[in-house]
Each structure stands twice: as C-alpha cells, then as structure tokens.
Design a protein around this ligand. Structure first.
Ligand code: ATP
Ligand code: MG
Length: 285
C-alpha cells in the first residue's frame, strides 16, 4: 500500500505537503470520533445506573406491597441469639418465645443490654437465630421491620414541628383519632390550654410542655401507629403513678392482640406483664 501510494505521488500531481494536510485532518477527525465514542460510553453508563436505581426503587415498592398484604407479626422467637458490639459480647445463647397478646417485661441491670435487645427487635442490627413469624430477622430490611413496630425510645424524640404533626406523623392519622388518644391519655386539656393548641410548635425553647407531657406525646404517637409490636423503653421515668396506670390501661386497649415489650424498673408496671426476659440470665461470663 505504501509503495502503491509513493508511485501514485510520483506519477501524479499530489505533493508530500498535500499528504501532511490530509494526515493532520485525519488526526483531527479521529480525535473528534474518539470524543463521540467516549460520550456514547458515558451515556450507556448513565443509562445502566438509572436502570439500576429504577429497579431498586420498584423492588422496594413490590417488597412492601407483598409484605403489607401477607405479613403481620404474630410471634417472635429467639433460638440462641448471640449479640456483640465490636468484639464485646452483650449476651449469649438468649432464648425466648413470645406471641400476640403477650406483654413482656425486659429486665436486667444497667448496661446489661435491654435497649440493645429492643433495637434487635426493631431491625436496627441484624442477628442470626431471631425469627419473626418464623422468618429470619436477618433477611428482612430495617424498613420492613420498622413498618410493623412502634418504638418509644429511652431518650424520647419529638420533631421540631407542631404537636398535631408529632402525634399524627405528619397527617398519617386523622385529627379526630389524635384528639381521641389525647383524651384517653389525659393530655388533651393541657394541649388545648396552650395558646396555639395542637398547632403549638415543639422545640427546645418551648417550655410549655414538661418532660412527662412530652413523653405522653411520644406514647400517643406509638399507640396511634397501631403496629404489630410495641416497644416501650423506660417510658415511666417521668410519669407519676396515676398517669402510669392510665397509660398501662390504654396500652392494653390499643395493643390488644399484639406483642408489647416493656422495660421498666417499677414493680407496678412489671405486674402487668405475663412474661419476663431477664437479660442477666444470658450475660457473658
Ligand atoms: N452502639 C454501641 N456501640 C458499642 N457499645 C454499645 C452501643 N450501644 C450500647 N453499647 C454498650 O452495650 C451495653 C448495653 O447497652 P444497653 O443500652 O443495651 O443497656 P441497657 O440494659 O439498656 O442499660 P440501661 O438500663 O442503663 O438503659 C452497654 O455496656 C453499652 O455501653
Ligand atoms: Mg437502656
């Protein structure tokens, strides 16, 4: 081809300069083509990533729809659970079996792992040998479990928003049901006595609500969620005894046919429970 080209150059009127011009145009053209090819590859990557994201989102929707239709937690069974943070075991070989209609007291010393057990039941950590309706906890997502759990943590959390939004979880339950639960929990009169009533914004500067009243608002939210499982982590720490009794009665009413776990150091509350899990029985020696 090279020799053929040389003969053509010598025999005809094409000069070496023309060849260089054509060559430099060819190089420019190749670099433009290279850019087009690279853009095409990037576009393909974007397309693949977008498809993955869409698949992921639709999978979530399908999972949730399927589970909402078929899955209500009626039993929780621990068959030798071992749980540790980093390398430190909190408990080993824990066993228990609870069913709907059970109210279970979780007992143990400070730091024994009571709150940690609640976090396992919520799905915040995955663990082997824990079964929800015989489904291994570690194949369920945190979201799938949390949809079926109402958790009132030891350190209560309220959104910096109105009382009504805090209890109804931003309109997920009707205003009427919020008023009803607040009347049942004896907090309605207090709320309507505030200048902005149920629209009062809760924040750190707002001292219109006491610690105990804020705790009742958290409990109202959990009772209204109407989940399969209710977890109450030391809810009574800021409540007086008449309020405690009223709350226990409402828990029994709103969470009838469900599973309720309570952490408490008060005998009066523990008397209401029909089962006990004592974490100290499973502590690591
Ligand atoms: N995220 C974490 N990472 C590491 N260690 C943790 C973590 N959370 C808790 N722990 C440790 O695990 C142990 C059990 O904690 P947990 O809060 O479950 O105890 P508890 O029984 O609820 O205590 P209390 O009665 O004081 O509320 C404690 O020693 C705690 O320091
Ligand atoms: Mg705790």
């Amino acid at each position: 081809m090279l020799i053929g080209g040389l003969i053509y150059i010598l025999d005809h009127t094409i000069h070496i300069g023309d060849i260089f011009t054509i060559y430099s145009y060819a190089i420019q053209l190749t670099s433009q083509l290279k850019i087009i090819i690279e853009i095409n590859i990037i576009l393909k990557d974007i397309d693949t990533s977008l498809n993955r994201i869409l698949n992921f989102i639709s999978k979530f929707e399908v999972d949730d729809k399927e589970i909402d239709l078929n899955f209500k937690i009626n039993s929780i069974c621990a068959r030798d659970i071992n749980f540790k943070y980093n390398e430190n075991y909190i408990f080993k070989n824990m066993k228990f079996n609870v069913n709907k209609n059970d109210i279970i007291a979780i007992k143990g010393r400070n730091g024994s792992g009571k709150t940690s057990l609640m976090k396992l039941i919520c799905g915040f950590y995955h663990v082997d040998n824990l079964f929800l309706n015989e489904i291994p906890q570690n194949i369920l997502t945190e979201k799938q479990i949390l949809n079926r759990v109402a958790y009132v943590p030891q350190n209560i959390y309220l959104f910096p928003d109105s009382i009504i939004n805090n209890i109804s979880c931003f309109g997920k339950t009707s205003k009427e049901s919020v008023y009803k639960i607040c009347k049942d929990l004896n907090i309605h009169e207090k709320i309507i006595s505030l200048e902005n009533g149920y629209d009062t914004i809760i924040n750190d500067k707002n001292l219109n609500l006491s610690g105990g009243e804020k705790q009742i608002i958290c409990i109202a939210r959990a009772l209204l969620k109407d989940s399969d499982i209710l977890l109450l982590d030391e809810i009574n720490s800021a409540l007086d005894s008449s309020m405690e009794e009223n709350i226990i009665n409402n828990i029994k009413k709103y969470y009838k046919d469900k599973i309720v776990f309570i952490i408490s150091h008060k005998d009066k509350i523990l008397e209401q429970c029909n089962k006990v899990i004592n974490i100290d029985d499973f502590k690591v020696k």
